[in-house]
Ligand binder design. Structure first.
Ligand code: NAD
Ligand code: 89V
Length: 340
């Protein structure tokens, strides 16, 4: 039995607790949150016996294999370092770090302790995105040369996650990070990026629209476009839509989880909608299912002693794109990723 502890019992951690309960051979034996009420409520809801206000005390007192860090980004470096010092494996929520320096330090700390570090970068684990990746890798449209990876919505994310309205960085750091990571999962690593951003919603501090252009090392050009200022019907939150051109066909992931493949064989339309897990709620069920899939992957990797697909090391490349996109939006440059 793998024994874990959850740190941070807030808005999103409830999904993580539901998902841990679905995975055989794993038990969350302790919870930690500085907010006693949240911690107690989560302990009651999920039948966890022991709670702590201090993560370092918890790691010292409990016999753990891993910690699941579900706090917001400001606390990640301290908590990951403490977990490495305690010799524990780590799964940590995105955004992994606020700076590349923090991210590299965390990767080095866990690697130095000989443990596994995975970033909870779950969007590439959504079943519709997995279906698109598999179709592309099967060669159904030949060699891709263009991709559009698009997330446009008017959904009110601020009521569930109020901190998103007050952070000077919003859409690239919170949501764009997922969409950039999907582009990497589809088309590989990136040689250059440029970005422009704007803020439409006057009630928030950061940017809520970002349009980015990526030159991938393998030759694909992708456009990654994100907006939380888009009033559309039907509202597609939280779907990522795709349009990919290859030298032998096209692939689209349309609204409603409809995967459309056109090639010399004709047109193939597949329903790739995620299942509605018993504890999930529309429209979040897409994200909620990916939480189960990514946590199951973490456990598989621990058991097999292999690196997770979205390891801390891998996530440095996604984080570098976030930083480079902000730099490009600030000064109008096209950023060469070689230096990052
Ligand atoms: P939240 O503010 O609701 O919850 C965070 C909790 O962590 C709070 O209860 C807080 O008291 C606790 N906390 C903070 N620092 C702590 C510390 N040092 N020790 C113990 N407890 C501490 O935040 P949230 O909306 O649940 O977001 C958490 C993280 O999850 C964020 O990084 C966010 O970006 C991410 N998130 C990811 C997804 C996804 O799909 N991957 C979706 C939503 C949120
Ligand atoms: O996944 C996230 O980090 C969320 C959301 C999808 C709502 O942007 O903040």
């Amino acid at each position: 039995m793998l024994k874990g502890a959850l740190i941070g019992c807030g808005f999103f951690a409830q999904n993580q607790m539901h998902a841990w309960q679905m995975i055989e051979g794993v038990q969350i034996v302790a919870l930690c949150d500085m907010d006693q009420d949240r911690c107690d409520r989560t302990a009651r809801d999920f039948g966890v016996a022991r709670t702590y206000a201090d993560a370092v005390q918890m790691m010292a007192a409990e016999d753990l294999d891993f910690v699941d860090i579900a706090t917001t980004v400001g606390s990640h470096r301290m908590l990951v370092q403490a977990a490495a010092d305690a010799g524990l494996h780590v799964i940590c929520q995105k955004p992994f770090a606020e700076t590349m320096e923090d991210a590299r330090a965390m990767v080095a700390a866990v690697e130095g302790a000989g443990r596994t570090l995975m970033v909870h970068e779950n969007f590439r684990w959504q079943s519709a995105i997995r279906a698109a990746i598999a179709t592309l890798n099967d060669g159904a449209i030949g060699t891709p040369f263009f991709g559009r990876v698009s997330f446009r919505s008017g959904y009110d994310v601020f009521s569930g996650q109020p901190y998103l309205a007050t952070d000077p960085r919003f859409i690239i750091q919170d949501l764009g990070i997922h969409i950039l990571d999907i582009s990497r999962a589809l088309f590989g690593d990136v040689a250059r990026i440029s970005a422009s951003t704007t803020r439409i919603n006057p009630a928030i501090k950061g940017e809520d629209v970002a349009t980015m252009m990526l030159d991938h090392e393998g030759g694909v050009t992708s456009v990654v476009d994100c907006s939380y200022a888009t009033r559309r019907t039907p509202e597609t939150f939280p779907q990522t839509l795709l349009e990919i051109d290859g030298d032998q066909g096209t692939l689209r992931l349309d609204a409603g989880y409809r995967l459309v493949i056109q090639n010399a064989a004709g047109e193939d339309i597949r329903d790739v909608a995620p299942p509605l897990l018993p504890w999930a709620e529309r429209p979040w069920h897409n994200i909620q299912e990916s939480v189960h899939l990514i946590q199951a992957h973490f456990v598989d990797c621990l058991r097999a002693g292999r690196q997770p697909e979205t390891s801390g090391h891998d996530n440095l490349k996604t984080l570098a794109l976030v930083e480079a996109a902000y730099a490009s939006a600030r000064d109008g440059s096209r950023v060469d990723m070689a230096g990052w």
